[in-house]
Design a protein around this ligand. Structure first.
Ligand code: PAF
Length: 289
């Protein structure tokens, strides 16, 4: 696997494949890779001629400086996992390479991300999606992939990135991949390593409540289901729901009833101690029990 540190090298690496008509995949990450990331890599490797991963903790998407500083960084182990997964090259630049100080003026571009970026994470993490759009648009322009792969744990992020590629005129297929979970149900996240043993023991309760609420939703309203989830997750030791929204999956507008959209998803953010965990579940279409 080739390790690429500069933007120029990345463009030069991809160019001959593009000229030869080979299919190129991009899998952007912030490192601290786990089995969820690796499932994205394996799918990209299976579906494309070459797969480029990126490992870059993007400072512009962190609205909390402490969260940025605490974000785990495990480059050596990440590279080993990427290599084993069959990734062709990894782009792992320094911050100044991605955001050179002399280009700071040019960077002051506000992305038109529409309503999908205003709700949920958009409301609780001001500026977060502008930062995500900034880095993902840069990576897509440098690597010019046919497909880019993202995990559905960050459900809203996928809607925002789709919108960004449309408004920026970037021609790429955005591939959404299912959430990977621990055997006890906890959604895989780079932040899980920051949970204390007691928090790690209660955190699977978040998904357990979400899963139970699907059955509950069969004969209760959207509002009742929201209250069911909020009260039960808040009852877990050390857990505090920041928000739980049940939304139409395409517009991310609050669902007024179960038949307001073809697909309806519940998106939750929970502080488990000081670790911010997110997860989501599909309510409609109902899965056969
Ligand atoms: O989902 C993430 O890890 C990040 O938001 C992404 C897409 C790699 C951009 O920094």
């Amino acid at each position: 696997m080739k390790v690429i540190r500069t933007r120029k090298e990345l463009e030069e690496y991809v160019a001959p494949y593009r000229q030869a008509g080979s299919s190129v995949a991009l899998v952007p990450t912030m490192g601290a890779l786990h089995a969820g990331h690796i499932s994205l890599m394996r799918r990209a490797v299976a579906e494309n001629d070459i797969t480029v991963a990126s490992v870059f903790v993007n400072p512009t998407q962190f609205n909390d400086k402490r969260d940025l500083e605490a974000y785990p960084r495990t480059e050596e182990a990440d590279f080993r996992l990427l290599d084993e997964a069959g990734v062709s090259a990894v782009f792992a630049p320094a911050v100044d390479e991605v955001y050179p100080p002399e280009e700071a003026e040019r960077e002051k571009h506000t992305f038109d991300l529409g309503r999908v970026a205003e709700v949920m994470e958009g409301a609780y993490r001001p500026g977060h999606f502008q930062g995500v759009a900034q880095i993902v648009s840069k990576l897509l322009r440098l690597a010019s992939p046919d497909r880019a792969y993202f995990g559905e744990k960050d459900f809203q992020q996928i809607a925002v990135i789709r919108r960004m590629t449309e408004t920026e005129g970037i021609n790429v297929e955005i591939v959404a991949c299912p959430i990977c979970r621990e055997s006890d149900g906890l959604a895989l996240s780079s932040r899980n390593v920051r949970l204390t043993p007691s928090q790690r023991a209660v955190a699977p309760g978040i998904f357990r409540v979400l899963a139970e609420s699907v059955g509950y939703s069969r004969d209760h309203s959207v509002r009742q289901t929201r209250e069911y989830v909020e009260s039960r997750v808040n009852a877990l030791p050390e857990c505090k729901v920041e928000y739980f929204s049940i939304v139409a999956a395409d517009t991310l507008e609050d669902a007024g009833s179960w038949d307001c959209a073809d697909r309806i998803t519940g998106c939750i953010t929970v502080y488990c101690g000081d670790v911010r965990l997110i997860d989501n579940i599909t309510y409609r279409p109902l899965q056969q029990a």
